[in-house]
Write a protein that binds this ligand. Structure first.
Ligand SMILES: [Zn+2]
Length: 98
């Protein structure tokens, strides 16, 4: 069994908890827990599927971080990077909105 943190993939995890982004279980190390870090896929989910290209999200999202390229990124830092370098969000056909 892989016992590494599912955010930074560097340190052993200390426990599994629900992500603050949604009802998804994530194994966190102490450092990532202290930094309110979430896996980058969680940031991608917020960016494309909760907000609109990273905008129109609750203010508390700014307190989250993720781990990428060997460093922690705040949501505003990651969002700025994502807007400049990331791909366009997939378009969801309106009939799939439920
Ligand atoms: Zn970690």
């Amino acid at each position: 069994m892989n016992k590494l943190c599912q955010v930074c993939h560097l340190h052993p995890f200390i426990g599994v908890a629900s992500s603050s982004i949604g009802a998804m279980s994530v194994a966190y190390c102490q450092e990532c827990a202290n930094r309110l870090a979430e896996p980058e896929w969680g940031f991608e989910y917020l960016y494309c599927y909760v907000g609109y290209e990273g905008d129109y999200l609750a203010d508390w999202v700014d307190t989250l971080t993720t781990f990428k390229a060997n460093k922690y990124w705040t949501w505003p830092e990651w969002k700025a990077w994502r807007k400049q370098y990331g791909p366009k969000c997939p378009e969801i056909p309106i009939e799939d909105w439920g």
